[in-house]
Design a protein. Structure first.
Length: 500
């Protein structure tokens, strides 16, 4: 299948993708695959007006009926899974299997949201006054901006959109300027669900094509009730204060610097598989990628050489080809950032295994790299940085509390894990004195979360939660209702206020 045939299979005709100032290239070989028109700030403002009108109609549609639209979206995604999964691989460079996994995550969250549409429960609360009742109700919040990153071009949109839609909020989606095609293809899929649904208001989903400036219009608009933004800590620092200044609802999903502790009792073969998937999968470009390995001194000399052995045999290549496990980085700048980090680590006393460009002759315009393992004498500044590339820093520890201290001694707080068969160690790691991350796992890597749990992290990761559990509350506003069904007007706390 040529790139053009794939775009067409995803509903993107040549007419729509052949002119405009935004040039879309594929990391597979660096070639141009599309050109798109971008939205000016005034276009984005008009889209917000459309979303506001859609909100007024959509909030009155019963939530289970809103769920029906998401059920249809799930069906359409099932039908489009292979094509969209392939387009994800083509546009962001992750291997096809991971592209399929990303679309499956979209399907899973649709299923979750359909059930949720009948479970937007509030509490009933005992009133202290006779003849009174109290309850809590949840109402749609308003238009919801979803700003997404290049490395997960579609799943995080779905984590937000499936929930927001059943909660009654229209969506304004600003995808990464590096991956707009997958967003437009998802929009086509959504349109098919809308047609089958029948009477949804116009503008329930609008895609804003553009860069940070286009996203900023959504961030600053007082009519955008919820801003859910996924990306770098730098982006979060720009977006967060602006949304806070207008008291908007904010969900931030920012960078991670995720660690694994490997204890002396760990099942090392299990650990090796988990480490390689988490550190090398998506070429180290997951927010949950494993970046730091903190290994007990008794097993370090068994584990790290075994990893180096596996790394040396990893199949690097075209992410759309069978058998490839490591695809390209998104662009040349990412490969340069990797080189720079490896040099800084070496200057800090690190021993680097691997690294450097791969497949330069076959793909001179792409950014394939050899994943790197770096043995570090200590956790230096470069280790504390999130370099979005397949670099795994390895460090030794002696006592568990020392390992937990190293794990927590970074500014990010997304995902973490421990490999151990010692129950005390596992529970210590999961306790209040253990990992300070939003995700803490035992005998499983830090990446590849299921949609049922709330996803997100603490500290510089931004504190937002998306996906499962009660993350839906972020897309609604809460009202506390007190109802007096008596003939008197007793005041709370027994306050007396007689006017005659
Ligand atoms: P990025 O911050 O460069 O861009 C992310 C999105 O934010 C893009 O759509 C971009 O146009 C937009 N943006 C940037 N600045 C903005 C501004 N000032 N106002 C409005 N919009 C703005 O990130 P990236 O390079 O695309 O993605 C990689 C980063 O994302 C990594 O740090 C990774 O850890 C993080 N990430 C986090 C999660 C998570 O769930 N925690 C998931 C995926 C990626």
């Amino acid at each position: 299948m040529t790139y053009q045939t794939l775009l067409e299979a995803c509903g993107l005709s040549t007419g729509q993708t052949s002119s405009g100032s935004l040039v879309v290239t594929t990391p597979v070989d660096g070639s141009e695959i599309a050109r798109l028109e971008t939205h000016a700030p005034s276009d984005v403002e008009a889209m917000v007006t459309t979303a506001t009108a859609a909100f007024k109609a959509w909030r009155d549609v019963p939530a289970p009926r809103r769920g029906e639209l998401v059920r249809l979206l799930g069906e359409e995604l099932r039908a489009a899974k292979e094509d969209l999964g392939r387009l994800v691989a083509l546009e962001c460079g992750k291997i096809y299997q991971e592209g399929l996994g990303e679309v499956q995550e979209m399907i899973d969250i649709c299923d979750f949201a359909v059930g949720l549409s009948r479970q937007l429960y509030g509490l009933t609360i005992a009133s202290e006054r006779p003849g009174h009742s109290m309850r809590e109700t949840w109402h749609p919040a308003g238009p919801c901006a979803v700003i997404t990153a290049f490395n997960f071009p579609v799943a995080p949109w779905a984590w937000n959109a499936a929930l927001a839609l059943v909660c009654g909020d229209p969506i304004l989606w600003k995808p990464s300027e590096k991956t707009p095609l997958t967003a437009l293809a998802t929009h086509r899929i959504f349109e098919r669900a809308l047609t089958r649904f029948g009477d949804a208001p116009e503008g329930l989903l609008q895609v804003v094509v553009g860069d940070a400036a286009a996203g900023n219009v959504l961030v600053e608009s007082p009519d955008v009730a919820v801003v859910s933004a996924t990306g770098s800590v730098r982006m979060g620092r720009a977006v967060g204060p602006k949304v806070a200044a207008r008291f908007g609802k904010l969900i931030l999903e920012l960078g991670g610097n995720n660690a694994m502790i490997v204890g002396p009792s760990a099942d090392l073969e299990l650990a090796v598989r988990a480490i390689v998937f988490a550190a090398v999968g998506t070429a180290g470009q997951r927010c949950t990628s494993l970046r730091r390995l903190i290994v007990h001194e008794d097993v370090y000399d068994k584990l790290v050489p075994r990893l180096a052995e596996v790394y040396a045999k990893l199949p690097i290549g075209d992410p759309l080809a069978d058998g490839t496990l490591v695809g390209p980085l998104i662009d040349g700048a990412a490969a340069e950032a990797m080189d720079k980090a490896l040099k800084a680590a070496a200057a800090d006393g690190g021993t680097v295994h691997g690294g450097g460009r791969a497949l330069v002759d076959t793909y001179p315009d792409a950014a394939y790299v050899h994943p790197a393992i770096v043995e570090m004498p200590a956790q230096t500044d470069i280790v504390r940085e999130e370099t979005f590339a397949p670099i795994l820093y390895c460090m030794k520890y002696r006592e568990l509390d020392e390992a937990i201290a190293i794990q927590n001694d970074v500014s990010q707080g997304l995902s973490s894990c421990i490999f151990t068969t010692d129950l005390r160690e596992a529970e210590r790691f999961l306790s209040a004195a253990g990992s300070d991350c939003g995700i803490a796992n035992v005998n499983i890597g830090p990446s590849g979360a299921e949609i049922g749990g709330a996803f997100g992290g603490e500290k510089d990761t931004g504190g937002g939660r998306e996906s499962g559990s009660d993350a839906w509350k972020g897309y609604m506003r809460r009202a506390t209702n007190t109802i007096n069904y008596s003939n008197a007007l007793p005041l709370a706390q027994g306050v007396s206020f007689d006017i005659d």
